[in-house]
Design a protein around this ligand. Structure first.
Ligand code: ZN
Length: 389
């Protein structure tokens, strides 16, 4: 009987992953994904708080009030498919082939969401009497602008009297082998558009013109030589890159009136957006009199020092699949940055990310069952034996 239960639950993560993949939830449209969480967890004593904001669906679910509170966090939205004719199977039809499950969002991150649900169900079935409480932060705005998603859940949570002790984000963090990487932080990201103005005119009359392309080249040259920091134990050095330059009228005898430059910082915790903005502005001022800089809202970096949660998660990965993960802060930004404001220990772990956002996105079917076991064991190690590890 027990064997039967385990087997059916193992298939359950796969089936739930399929069910979620088949919901066309292109960012920021949840399109009903979150109701699956409610349906699956309502008989387990969870309370549900749904709050929608500008077309984004957010769900905060919680069972219990005791400490520690463990949160699983993730997103139901997916990026657009790209040209459908390039897919080998329909992107919103979960398709099994050669041990892989194909579909948009399969790796990023509907398999993780399915594993959250089944890990919680199995844990509660097997441990009626556990310490702490369990919660979920689920949004449909991670792949988009991310202003109405986890950020809003966190703002709402601030009215709650309870602290979040541990958070596991289900982003696909594995690089080449499932289990090889967990993330304990992310670099910050800061983008801007700089417009440098000059005086347009005939190229043959240099005394009548002011060439903004020349001004911009001096600016870029000086900024790219700046060493912003040396990074630290967890982060590589801060880097600055130009992504676009637009200037010129198309004619070969005209100097343009203005040039637009777009650039981005990926920065460590050694720099703040405020400092970076100030340093850039000082260089720009040296080389241009007439300019405008429009800064995007920065994505701040976050970091969870190696410690209890990274240790528990690493040990769970080791016991389930025999791999010791690397603890890393590489990759783009994630919603971990918002949760870090209310939780000291945030880590991210999920499937292999090689196919995410691509045509033919997929997740390994065996890895889904293993991921569920890893989440469940992590929960068990946090809530069943939290004093002893
Ligand atoms: Zn994701």
């Amino acid at each position: 009987m027990k064997h039967f239960t385990r087997k059916s639950l193992m298939n359950k993560s796969l089936n739930l992953a399929k069910k979620l993949i088949e919901i066309e939830s292109i960012t920021p449209n949840d399109n009903g994904c979150q109701s699956i969480f409610i349906e699956e967890l309502k008989d387990y004593g969870f309370e549900f708080h749904k709050f929608d904001s500008n077309g984004v669906s957010n769900l905060y679910a919680k069972k219990g009030n005791a400490s520690p509170l463990v949160i699983f966090a993730g997103h139901t939205d997916v990026v657009p498919t790209g040209p459908i004719e390039k897919w080998n199977s329909e992107p919103f039809k979960a398709t099994e082939k050669d041990g892989e499950l194909f579909g948009r969002g399969s790796a990023d991150m509907k398999a993780s969401l399915a594993c959250f649900i089944v890990a919680i169900q199995e844990f509660l079935d097997e441990n009626n009497d556990h310490d702490g409480s369990i919660g979920l932060f689920i949004t449909s705005d991670e792949e988009g602008v991310a202003t109405d998603g986890t950020k809003k859940i966190v703002e709402n949570f601030l009215h709650n009297e309870q602290e979040v002790d541990f958070c596991i984000v289900g982003e696909p963090t594995s690089a080449t082998t499932f289990g090889d990487t967990i993330k304990n932080g992310r670099r910050g990201s800061l983008s801007a558009t700089l417009v440098v103005k000059g005086i347009q005119g005939h190229i043959a009359y240099p005394h009548l013109i002011d060439n903004p392309i020349h001004r911009v080249s001096s600016i870029i040259d000086e900024i790219k030589k700046i060493s912003w920091d040396e990074g630290n134990k967890y982060f590589p050095k801060t880097s600055w890159q130009v992504s676009n330059i637009n200037g010129g009228t198309g004619a070969t005898n005209v100097v343009p009136g203005q040039v637009e430059v777009k650039f981005n910082f990926r920065h460590s915790t050694e720099c703040t957006p405020h400092q970076l903005k100030e340093d850039v502005t000082n260089v720009v001022k040296k080389h241009a009199e007439d300019y405008e800089i429009h800064w995007d809202i920065p994505s701040e970096p976050y970091l969870t020092e190696k410690g209890f949660l990274t240790e528990v998660l690493s040990q769970s990965i080791e016991s389930v699949i025999g791999i010791t993960p690397e603890v890393s802060t590489t990759g783009g930004t994630s919603d971990g940055r918002f949760i870090a404001k209310i939780c000291k220990q945030v880590v991210e772990f999920g499937p292999i990310n090689e196919s995410i956002h691509k045509i033919n996105e997929h997740v390994n079917i065996n890895n889904i069952a293993q991921l569920k076991d890893i989440y469940k064991l992590t929960l068990k190690n946090l809530l069943a034996h939290s004093d002893e590890i």
